[in-house]
Ligand binder design. Structure first.
Ligand code: SAM
Ligand code: SF4
Length: 446
């Protein structure tokens, strides 16, 4: 299973693994050992399809080598490039056996059987009426160190149509899973050793699933119900849209200690005219006020965001507004991108495309400021005690790694028995992208 792109793809890859397990498949580390290779692709930025074709070329070589040794390999392309390019993939890479979109992975066993029977290629990029989530295996996934923290998709698709974005076209219309189905999957995960669940959705806080009581549940209601599952220590969710951050969810941050004080809340730009051109539906000041309300509810809340520089029409002044917003809010983490034309989206044909060298310059300045803020934030945790959920071994012998409530990787000297537990750690050192500390018995948690 080769996974590119967002956390939803990580979740989808795990579910494809689950549906294939009854057929006798299990994940391997090396493609040369694989009887089936699934490339789970991402379409969000430039040259996505080219990247897929070049990887397929590499995988074809592996497949041919295996064939020469008498071993067959099923080659499948999944995810958003499969959804967007479909037939084109089979035309350019006819050696691919299966092409499937993000909405049809529950049909994978059937596709594998069809490909084996027919000996040709199978393509399935439908948006089927049946919910793929209803077809997931009902047994708990086997416990591994890697699954202390797991993703759980609760909402998919998007109706917001931001000017720059392909998601509404590749992932389809917004849809939420029924709360009972989410809660059942969460319980199975916890039974299998999961201690932290990150609820996923392209607009996760637009969640409006059918509740077990017949009413409509928002994300806050779902979080309160999840917090009651014994053994589930931590709840996170991403990606949220500022427009969907309602009072109930803000209150949940105040009320639920299980809801971690770290929120990914993309703003994209700090300029009102660019936010308008992007069709984001809020102003920069509305975002500032929203952050203020969240921080009143949960004073230790850290924020992360996505930024796009060089959206069509972005002037130096617009860019300065973005820098000003960053300065005002202060981010613990951020992802920033140069605007990349996605054919078929409204911004692709817009006049006033920004020159590449201008985008480069702006991105550098923006990332320097964000890096400074990230370092400051990580530094602010040093000399404090933080509860760390341990997820596995570190790179060095005798080292274990976990996450702070603010998603920072934390290393300590320790043994395997730490895995799956939350322990107080005195943070001693800030490294470039992580923290180091020592286990402590001190109960005065930060
Ligand atoms: N739904 C989320 C939101 O509204 O914030 C974002 C989902 S998108 C998969 C992840 C990020 O990719 C976006 O927040 C945006 O910053 C970036 N992105 C999407 N389309 C882009 C494009 N055409 N060029 C550059 N960055 C893009
Ligand atoms: Fe894309 Fe905008 Fe929907 Fe996010 S809200 S997935 S950026 S269209």
């Amino acid at each position: 299973m080769i996974t590119w792109g967002c956390q939803m793809n990580v979740y989808d890859s795990a579910r494809m693994t689950d549906v294939l397990r009854p057929l006798g498949y299990a994940p391997v580390d090396n493609p040369s050992d694989a009887d089936m290779i699934i490339l789970n692709t991402c379409h969000i930025r430039d040259r996505a399809a080219e990247k897929v074709f070049s990887e397929l070329g590499r995988l074809r070589v592996i497949r041919d080598e295996r064939k020469a040794a008498g071993r067959e390999t099923v080659l499948a392309v999944a995810g958003c490039v499969a959804q967007a390019e479909g037939e084109q993939i089979l035309k350019r890479a006819p050696y691919v056996d299966i092409v499937l979109g993000p909405q049809t992975y529950h049909r994978l066993p059937e596709m594998v059987a069809r490909a084996a029977r027919a000996g040709g290629s199978v393509i399935d990029t439908d948006f089927p009426a049946e919910q793929k989530f209803d077809f997931l295996p009902q047994d708990a996934a086997p416990q591994t160190a890697a699954n202390v923290s797991a993703f759980l998709t609760v909402q998919e698709g998007c109706d917001k149509f931001c000017s720059f974005c392909v998601v509404p076209y590749t992932r389809g219309a917004e849809a939420s899973r029924p709360a009972a189905s989410v809660l059942a999957e969460a319980r199975r995960m916890v039974a299998g050793g999961v201690r932290e669940i990150t609820l996923l959705g392209q607009n996760v806080n637009a969640y409006h699933g059918e509740g077990p009581d017949g009413g409509v549940w928002g994300l806050a209601r779902l979080a309160y119900a999840l917090a009651k599952i014994p053994g589930l220590e931590r709840i996170r969710y991403m990606t949220s849209h500022p427009r969907d951050m309602d009072d109930a969810l803000i209150a949940a941050h105040r009320d639920l200690p299980e809801l971690m004080p770290f929120l990914h809340l993309p703003v994209q730009s700090g300029s009102d005219s660019i936010l308008k051109a992007m069709n984001r539906g809020h102003t920069a000041d509305e975002y500032r006020r929203l952050v203020d309300r969240l921080r009143v509810a949960r004073p230790d809340l850290a924020l992360s965001s996505d930024f796009i520089v060089g959206h069509p029409g972005e002037t130096d002044e617009d860019f300065e507004e973005t820098m000003r917003l960053i300065g005002d809010v202060g981010f613990a983490l951020a992802y920033s991108f140069k605007y990349s034309i996605r054919p078929g989206t409204p911004a692709a044909g817009a006049p006033l495309q920004v020159a590449e060298d201008v985008k480069d310059r702006r991105l550098q300045a923006l990332q320097a400021l964000l890096r400074e803020q990230q370092d400051d934030f990580n530094g602010s945790v040093v000399d404090r005690v933080a509860p760390v959920l341990f997820t596995g071994r570190g790179r060095k012998p005798g080292q274990m790694v976990g996450r702070s409530p603010w998603l920072q990787p934390v290393h300590v000297d320790g043994t395997d028995e730490l895995v799956g537990t939350v322990r107080p750690v005195l943070i001693t050192t800030r490294l470039s992208n992580s923290l180091a500390g020592t286990l402590t018995e001190e109960c005065a948690l930060a």
